[in-house]
Ligand binder design. Structure first.
Ligand SMILES: NC(=O)c1ccc[n+]([C@@H]2O[C@H](COP(=O)([O-])OP(=O)(O)OC[C@H]3O[C@@H](n4cnc5c(N)ncnc54)[C@H](O)[C@@H]3O)[C@@H](O)[C@H]2O)c1
Length: 279
């Protein structure tokens, strides 16, 4: 491991050192606007536990933003720019991570995109892009990272789906929903195939989360102005509020850590009760 990016695990209190010495590769580490995204909060939570973070994002600005968040929290991060749907840029990213940090213990497959629309107003391009980023991206990262996890006999993969992958969310979001359903089942298949290799795979299923993404994806589904849209989203949830990026990040960090050492092939729904609601 390169000394300049080695975490000073000894500086962390005991109860936060559970991932000391490990490397987490977070794909989709940045945010699509100002504020805390799930990926960025996840980078900080994993760094809080002592892991070194590979902050991968599609743009240099987003990767750097996540890197600075980790550094501000006292952790260490290696920014990498790649599109999760592009096999060659991902291969270069994984090579860089392994060359600089020596190993990848944790993969968080967080990058996700999708446009609203049903079968009659979803273009084939939109459909394919959701599939490429959300599903092909998972295949590409898995193919690149699994061999070294298998060789070491350990690893944890956490994927990020959505309640849209298990329920109709009240408006058509077909390409996204179908791709997120695939993420859930992909994760189950990974868990079964690699359980005997010491590799766990689990999926976090967020509900309505207050992240930068909702400014440009769902706000227009509810009301003309963004604050009204936020209130409408809050009111849909039995807990009467959207979740925060931190609440999802904590679930990801749990599944990535040894605290979940006997948990594999499952989904952890983080939704304030939303999917249990009748109407
Ligand atoms: N916000 C919600 O309400 C919500 C609910 C359920 C699931 N999710 C899922 O959680 C994940 C994170 O969502 P968020 O709300 O924090 O989003 P966000 O848009 O704020 O952050 C996503 C990050 O992923 C990056 N990314 C997107 N496509 C990429 C690609 N092809 N290659 C590399 N990086 C890419 C973006 O640049 C951005 O930095 C997504 O998978 C999303 O589908 C979000």
């Amino acid at each position: 491991m390169n000394d300049s990016i080695k975490p000073d695990a000894a500086a962390l209190p005991d109860d936060r050192r559970s991932l000391a010495g490990r490397v987490a590769f977070v794909a989709g580490a940045g945010a699509s606007g100002p504020g805390w995204s799930i990926g960025k909060a996840c980078c900080v939570r994993l760094a809080n536990r002592g892991a070194s973070i590979v902050t991968l994002d599609r743009t240099a600005e987003a990767a750097e933003d996540a890197t600075q968040a980790v550094i501000a929290a006292g952790g260490t991060a290696l920014p990498v720019v790649a599109d999760v749907a592009d096999p060659s840029s991902m291969e270069a990213a994984v090579d860089t991570a392994l060359a600089r940090l020596g190993r990848i213990d944790i993969l968080v497959a967080n990058a996700g995109v999708g446009r609203t629309g049903g079968p009659e107003d979803t273009t084939l391009d939109d459909w394919r892009r959701a599939q490429q980023v959300n599903v092909d991206g998972l295949l590409i990262a898995s193919r690149l990272i699994l061999p070294s996890m298998r060789a070491r006999g350990s690893g944890a993969i956490v994927t990020v789906a959505s309640v849209a992958g298990i329920r109709y969310v009240g408006y058509p979001h077909l390409s996204y929903s179908v791709s997120k359903a695939a993420v859930i089942h992909f994760t189950r298949m990974l868990a079964q195939q690699y359980a005997a290799d010491g590799i766990r795979a689990n999926c976090v299923v967020p509900g309505l989360i207050d992240t930068p993404r909702i400014r440009h994806t769902v706000a227009d589904r509810f009301a003309a102005d963004f604050e009204s849209a936020r209130r409408a989203r809050d009111q849909q949830v039995p807990m009467q509020r959207m979740g925060t990026a931190w609440e999802v990040a904590d679930a990801i960090a749990f599944l990535a850590s040894d605290e979940a050492s006997y948990v594999t092939g499952t989904e952890l729904v983080v939704d304030g009760g939303l999917t249990g609601k009748y109407a």
